[in-house]
Write a protein that binds this ligand. Structure first.
Ligand SMILES: *Cc1c(COP(=O)(O)O)cnc(C)c1O
Length: 405
């Protein structure tokens, strides 16, 4: 099946239909890097016969991951979305409660809110980080308190595009008001703070629970997979239990509640582990690509992604803002221009308040999220992208700008 979008512009990793026969080699948006190391680990998992959810790699993956991010416990599962669902389920979020999520995020953040029968409270982004605006949320929650209204059961900050969110005041507010924090760190493996309240800590380890993804396009992949991290032994045990059909160990088929089949396979864990072995290398390459783009777009009408001193981003999916126009006009024109030059690019997410399942949700602001959507485009940033290929992307983007005058 081809991944062409209806308006025939490239959808990222496949060429536009009408330019598919071009002489220029196509540059995909973001594809994984698989070396002999990954092949060796996966081959070992397959040959061992433990191809499914029993096998040594799953426990090793969990242990290695917990150590890597500095968390006490890690629970592997089938996806980042499953990890967030398990987090809400383990926290026993009551049906009808509110969960605050950023308006500007991928639906993997918000779908689990609906899975547990909670209501999304959509929070606009701040300009500084493109992540959830903590001041806007705290102000609204202080107002609710004054009026004696219920506070959300959970606040779910998302470290968008590998950029750590600014959540210092929000964490304090949640701690003093009994609100759980579930960090969606699906895009921010490797991102840390080097200054401020969380200096030396990894994104995903600040809240009650953190969730990571090993989908094919993330920083490190397991083919598909997720990881839940927490310092709370009971929550970790509960999440593990729920991920394995709530089967009580050592008793014949006793399931003490309704669980889920969210176990990660041993093969996927082997691939994930091999990628974790290479994490420094994966991060360094993305940082190199990001620095070259930042430099190329500085002083132009293309806006580079956020850079916050002391917030050490991991540069997932390098994304720029096209010049502001009417709606999505310049973003679409740049996207089309890239596609015609055999370069894969992709618009950023439509804000949740513009998505059918979330249109009725309570909403704080939304203009910043809409602006990022209207103008945001992700550019090629695969591990294997060469400097020469990146120069071609930069030339095509700058050529687009010169045509705007
Ligand atoms: C990828 C992603 C998810 C979901 O991860 P999957 O492994 O694809 O289920 C959740 N939230 C964000 C912000 C993501 O980018």
């Amino acid at each position: 099946m081809s991944a062409q979008s209806s308006d025939s512009a490239s959808w990222g990793n496949t060429p536009r239909a009408e330019t598919a026969n071009s002489d220029l080699p196509f540059i995909p948006l973001a594809v994984p890097t698989i070396t002999d190391h990954e092949v060796a680990r996966v081959t070992d998992a397959v040959k061992s016969g433990f191809v499914s959810s029993v096998g040594p790699y799953v426990a090793e993956f969990e242990h290695t991951f917990a150590e890597l991010v500095g968390s006490k416990y890690a629970v592997a599962c089938t996806s980042g979305t499953a990890a967030i669902h398990l987090a809400f389920a383990a926290l026993d979020v009551p049906r009808g409660a509110d969960i605050a999520v950023p308006d500007f995020t991928f639906v993997g953040s918000s779908n689990p809110v609906a899975y547990v029968g909670a209501n999304a409270l959509l929070v606009d982004s701040d300009r500084e980080t493109w992540c959830l605006d903590q001041d806007l949320l705290i102000e609204a929650l202080e107002n609710r308190k004054r009026k004696g209204e219920a506070l959300p059961a959970v606040v779910e900050p998302v470290h968008i595009l590998g950029q750590p969110a600014r959540i210092d005041r929000l964490v304090e507010f949640c701690l003093s008001n009994g609100i759980a924090i579930v960090e969606d760190a699906a895009e921010s493996l490797g991102a840390t703070w080097s200054d401020g309240a969380f200096a030396g800590r990894h994104t995903g380890t600040i809240g009650t629970i953190g969730a990571f993804s090993f989908n094919g396009n993330k920083i490190a992949t397991a083919g598909g997979g997720g990881m839940l991290v927490t310092d709370d032994a009971d929550l970790a045990a509960r999440a593990k239990h729920l991920s394995t059909q709530a089967k009580v160990p050592d008793i014949g088929y006793l399931h003490d509640e309704v669980g889920y089949n969210y176990r990660l396979t041993n093969i996927a864990a082997a691939l994930g582990l091999a990628q974790l072995d290479r994490l420094d290398e994966l991060k360094a390459r993305r940082a190199h690509v990001a620095r070259r783009y930042d430099k190329a777009f500085a002083g132009t009408a293309i806006t580079a992604p956020p850079r916050v001193p002391g917030f050490d981003a991991t540069y997932w999916l390098y994304s720029v803002l096209a010049p502001a126009g009417i709606g999505t006009e310049y973003r679409d024109a740049l996207w089309k221009h890239m596609g015609e030059a055999q370069i894969g690019s992709r618009p950023l997410w439509r804000p949740l308040h513009m998505q059918p399942p979330w249109q009725g949700s309570a909403q704080l602001g939304g203009a910043v999220a809409e602006d990022i959507f209207n103008r945001g485009l992700s550019l090629p940033c695969s591990y294997d992208l060469t400097d020469a290929e990146q120069d071609r992307v930069i030339d095509v983007a700058l050529e687009f700008l010169s045509q705007l005058r």
